[in-house]
Ligand binder design. Structure first.
Ligand SMILES: Cc1cc2nc3c(=O)[nH]c(=O)nc-3n(C[C@H](O)[C@H](O)[C@H](O)COP(=O)(O)O)c2cc1C
Length: 324
């Protein structure tokens, strides 16, 4: 299938062109099912289903609940779901997870880190789509060479591991040599932000942090409340915790007894410089990831209500632009 038809197919299966981004320790079965039944693409990192034997259980449960919803609500759009595979030697599960997901004919794969050639080869056999995370043009070219169906552009300010580039610069640079589907990631929280992603030339918006603060996410109440009370001043971008630069909530760093100044000053390669291996807090579990868009998040909502609200906001923004 051509890239434009993959994209048209995915667009036709959503109520608003949004992909719920996969988030480590946050996205589970409930969040994915709520996203797909609300009419956006729902995804989760396979590593959230642990141990590995849980992965087929999750996949069956998601399918079962989506099928039941479809039967109970004929005529409603129910979006497809996807999984995220971290392709890296430090993740010994990824090839096994790929095989389990392929056996269950998962329709969408989101790949991060290494070039996804093996995933493309395996899942194109049954018509699934592969979307690859990139933060710069060099990695975009490698992913295109590997045959992906679309690129997720992770721009500055995105939650979790994020790139350093402004979204306008990143989209424009990659559009110079790629006319396939582009999905913009970073600080999208409102319906008008989705429209902005389309105005820049992307086909979808990719939303992580906003979905942490929903009733269906696996995040703790303390984590959700910290996002509700935070602004972009409370986000620090640093490679301190994992060696790869990412955005984290400063209050969670303070609560873990670490000096944020040390985190701010960390250089790439200076991973966990001052932390004792036994006593250090766990990244993602104790040190919480979030993007710079936290200031625009005002309430814990059920996913359905949030998506309905985004659609209203999107339409209002479009009308406003049309009237200008
Ligand atoms: C807590 C958290 C965990 C994340 N975990 C993953 C992950 O496991 N795999 C991945 O590809 N991206 C991960 N991301 C990145 C998101 O998929 C997405 O790129 C990002 O959240 C989008 O930016 P936003 O949070 O500003 O909306 C994570 C993001 C957050 C906030």
């Amino acid at each position: 299938m051509s890239q434009s038809s993959v994209c048209a197919q995915l667009r036709a299966q959503t109520r608003i062109p949004v992909i719920g981004a996969p988030m480590f320790l946050v996205s589970g079965v409930d969040l994915v099912v709520a996203q797909c039944t609300a009419g956006i693409i729902g995804t989760f990192p396979t590593l959230n289903a642990r141990p590995q034997e849980e992965l087929p259980v999750w996949l069956k449960e998601i399918r079962h609940r989506l099928d039941a919803y479809r039967q109970a609500h004929p005529g409603e759009i129910v979006s497809p779901f996807g999984v995220n595979l971290i392709i890296h030697p430090s993740n010994p599960r990824w090839e096994g997870d790929l095989e389990i997901c392929a056996e269950h004919e998962v329709p969408i794969y989101i790949t991060s880190l290494h070039a996804p050639g093996k995933v493309v080869e395996r899942v194109h056999q049954y018509g699934a789509a592969v979307l690859h995370d990139v933060t710069n043009a060099k990695h975009a070219r490698k992913a295109i060479d590997a045959g992906v169906d679309g690129l997720i552009l992770v721009s500055a300010g995105a939650g979790g591991h994020a790139g350093p580039l402004n979204p306008i610069a990143l989209v424009n640079e990659i559009r110079e040599f790629y006319d396939g589907p582009l999905i913009l990631s970073g600080c999208i929280t409102h319906g008008k932000d989705v429209l902005a992603a389309l105005a820049l030339g992307c086909e979808f918006g990719y939303i992580g942090t906003r979905f942490i603060v929903t009733e269906e996410s696996m995040a703790s109440h303390a984590y959700r409340n910290m996002i509700l009370s935070s602004t972009s001043d409370d986000i620090v971008y640093s490679p301190f915790f994992t060696g790869v630069p990412g955005n984290y909530l400063v209050p969670s760093i303070v609560a873990a007894g670490i000096d944020p100044a040390e985190v701010r000053g960390a250089m790439v390669g200076a991973r966990e410089v001052s932390l004792n291996r036994d006593s250090r807090p766990k990244t993602w579990k104790d040190i919480w990831g979030a993007g710079q868009g936290v200031g625009g998040i005002d309430a814990v909502l059920p996913v359905r209500a949030l998506v309905d609200r985004m659609i209203v906001e999107y339409r209002a923004a479009k009308e406003r632009l049309d009237a200008l």
